[in-house]
Design a protein around this ligand. Structure first.
Ligand SMILES: Cc1cc2nc3c(=O)[nH]c(=O)nc-3n(C[C@H](O)[C@H](O)[C@H](O)COP(=O)(O)O)c2cc1C
Length: 334
């Protein structure tokens, strides 16, 4: 019911999102987006030097400061586009990126500049949709954080210099790092989700894999749960109307929320575009070629993902809450 379309290209005019099915009467202003949009640009070593102002323009679906119930379009100008940086990629597709599959899928009509429609730039629209979803969901609280970078675990209270030095070292080596990001949503009603195909895990995963670079997801104990016995994994029931005592299931049983926090982790791959030489082919000749990617890139996508992951989670939960009729179609009555 809460349908999000993401549109634009990394080095085109603009990027953004259109939400169809957003309840009417939700107060919405440009200022609502500021904090989350800033979190998509963390001040850390190796984060792309492309700093877009990311000022949202509410092009449709808002009147007198509130959503109207009609499609809501949020647009962001690409103010610092530099397509010239990517001319070599026309003929030298980046290993690990979408350049070659996109070219083949769209017969060469795709926009190749900086990954075009496949760029991480497009996640500004998803982040904006998440702002709207979070406002609808309040007081349900969603929070994500980086829990591992390049194989090093990062506790919630870890010294920030640990992360900075990992990122700096990889950037100096001309290489990139992957990471794991954990997301938690608290205050959910019991029973969100539908059995089988539209389970909470299914809907959340569907949204989460819209984030470029996400390669895996696990809920609760996840893969480590496969190494536990039932006596260890099962979450003891301690009340008929409250959450279980532990949360190995990640807040979901039978595809339905069970009253515990929804907890999941995603694996984010190391960035494809690196300065080190990589093997590709020259599409003009078919001959092997070496590629050193230039342009403005992130050394570690994972450090930018928390707020985007929250947005994907919020979008999924807004949909599930509308389906369950826990959210009214008119958010505030006049
Ligand atoms: C916030 C964000 C920033 C990204 N920045 C870059 C980047 O600078 N360079 C790059 O090669 N990929 C970057 N990516 C990832 C690519 O868009 C992604 O790897 C590519 O589309 C291929 O998709 P896949 O990795 O999911 O297979 C970024 C992703 C996100 C979410």
């Amino acid at each position: 019911l809460f349908r999000v379309a993401i549109w634009g290209e990394s080095h085109g005019e603009a990027v953004g999102a259109t939400i169809d099915g957003c309840p009417a009467g939700l107060p919405l202003a440009v200022e609502d987006f500021v904090a989350d949009l800033a979190r998509r640009w963390p001040d850390l070593p190796g984060v792309s030097p492309r700093r877009e102002p990311d000022r949202p323009r509410l092009l449709s679906g808002v009147c007198a400061g509130c959503t109207t119930g009609a499609p809501l379009t949020i647009a962001f100008e690409n103010a610092t586009a530099r397509p010239v940086d990517y001319e070599q990629l026309q003929n030298l597709p980046r290993p690990g990126h979408a350049d070659l599959p996109a070219r083949r899928k769209f017969g060469g009509w795709n926009d190749p500049r900086g990954g075009g429609h496949f760029s991480g730039r497009l996640t500004v629209g998803l982040t904006a949709a998440g702002v709207v979803a979070k406002k609808l969901l309040a007081p349900i609280a969603i929070h994500a954080r980086v829990v591992e970078i390049g194989g090093t675990a990062l506790a919630a209270d870890a010294d920030p210099s640990t992360l900075s030095s990992l990122l700096s070292e990889a950037a100096q080596a001309g290489d990139s790092l992957g990471g794991v990001v954990e997301c938690r949503a608290g205050g959910l009603p019991v029973g969100l989700g539908e059995p089988f195909f539209d389970s909470v895990e299914s809907i959340v995963s569907h949204l989460v894999f819209a984030i470029p670079g996400v390669k895996a997801i696990e809920f609760g104990a996840g893969f480590s749960g496969a190494r536990l016995r039932g006596s260890q994994f099962n979450d003891p029931i301690v009340a008929a109307d409250g959450p279980p005592a532990t949360n190995h299931a990640g807040g979901v049983n039978g595809g339905l929320t069970n009253g515990a926090d929804l907890v999941f982790r995603v694996a984010v791959r190391p960035t494809a575009s690196i300065a080190l030489p990589q093997q590709t082919i020259d599409l003009r000749t078919g001959a092997p070629a070496e590629l050193r990617t230039t342009g403005r890139h992130d050394g570690c996508i994972a450090v930018r993902v928390p707020v985007i992951l929250e947005a994907a989670c919020a979008t999924a939960l807004a949909d599930l809450m509308l389906i369950e009729q826990r959210l009214p179609r008119i958010a505030e009555r006049r």
